[in-house]
Design a protein around this ligand. Structure first.
Ligand SMILES: N[C@@H](CCC(=O)N[C@@H](CS)C(=O)NCC(=O)O)C(=O)O
Length: 281
């Protein structure tokens, strides 16, 4: 295996006293090992690290290109779990032909190879990552809460697809290239789709603000819906046309916090009459 690194989680309590350190070490898959004192800390490390390294986590490869909101979702989830992986950078556009050549059944990125398994689709990837390394979890263990997170994640993927269509519609009118023309057609970024996506956007953003209010998003432990939604909201916040719609929204603050600043700029392109008036919908 090329990379046998193992991420261990250590929880430590320090006290004033004769034996001032105690806590646990775990690798997120097996049981945690307790330690009390410096010597036990070292043997707890060895006890967890050795089987984890030998238990040979399968190699993970992420097929991707930079600048995709869907790819960013996968990148964030891998980082959240601390899963070591190799990035396989593909050429945007050309990847549609490349993915089947690489043995994938669909043409989209992000795509993961976990050992011999090939996985595509951000929502499928989220579940595969929770199987591969259960902690920290992408989905809550409480079944009722899980349903809420899964619902937000599913709606988040709809937003992801809408953000992509809007991006290609706008960029085709302002900075067209042959690759963008192909992508716009490929993703169905038609006038009718862009108009519908814009009309739905205020309600989608309201919904995200409400999930933040309810703690379904933006909690202490981030979940798969946080990672699904944040990159797409961050992308939408780059549209000049959408500035009045996104201004001051909790959804945008959350997106920046989870996905970081998106420096892209999408120049104004949409007809005025397609854009919702600013203010709460
Ligand atoms: N919604 C899917 C689709 C991702 C997607 O459409 N990715 C784009 C790049 S941002 C792509 O690879 N498109 C090529 C295609 O649709 O064939 C997901 O969450 O994985």
């Amino acid at each position: 295996m090329a990379d046998a690194r193992v991420a261990l989680r250590v929880d430590v309590a320090l006290e004033l006293g004769a034996d001032p350190i105690r806590g646990t070490v775990c690798d997120g898959t097996g049981p945690a090992r307790e330690f009390a004192g410096w010597l036990e800390l070292m043997s707890a490390f060895d006890g967890v690290r050795a089987p984890a390294a030998v238990g040979a986590a399968p190699p993970v490869q992420l097929y991707m290109f930079a600048g995709s909101n869907a790819v960013q979702t996968a990148v964030l989830m891998l980082a959240h779990k601390g899963i070591a992986h190799e990035e396989v950078h593909l050429e945007r556009g050309a990847h549609v032909a490349r993915m089947p050549e690489l043995g994938f059944s669909q043409t989209t990125v992000p795509a993961l190879r976990i050992g011999e398994r090939r996985i595509q689709g951000t929502r499928t990837i989220a579940r595969a990552l929770d199987d591969l390394r259960p902690e920290p979890r992408l989905f809550p263990t409480d079944p009722a809460r899980r349903v809420l997170v899964e619902d937000a994640e599913r709606r988040g993927e709809e937003l992801q697809n809408a953000a992509r269509r809007l991006f290609y519609w706008a960029i085709m009118r302002t900075r067209p290239t042959p690759t963008r023309r192909y992508a716009a057609e490929h993703h169905g970024a038609t006038d009718a789709a862009a108009r519908r996506d814009l009309a739905e956007l205020p309600a989608r953003l309201d919904e995200i603000d409400a999930w933040l209010d309810d703690g379904i998003l933006g909690g202490e432990a981030l979940n798969a819906a946080d990672f699904q939604i944040a990159p797409s909201v961050a992308r939408l916040a780059c549209f000049e046309d959408l500035a009045p719609l996104v201004a001051g929204r909790p959804a945008v603050a959350h997106a920046r916090q989870v996905a970081g600043e998106n420096e892209a700029h999408v120049p104004a392109a949409f007809p005025r009459e397609w854009l919702a008036p600013a203010g709460p919908s």
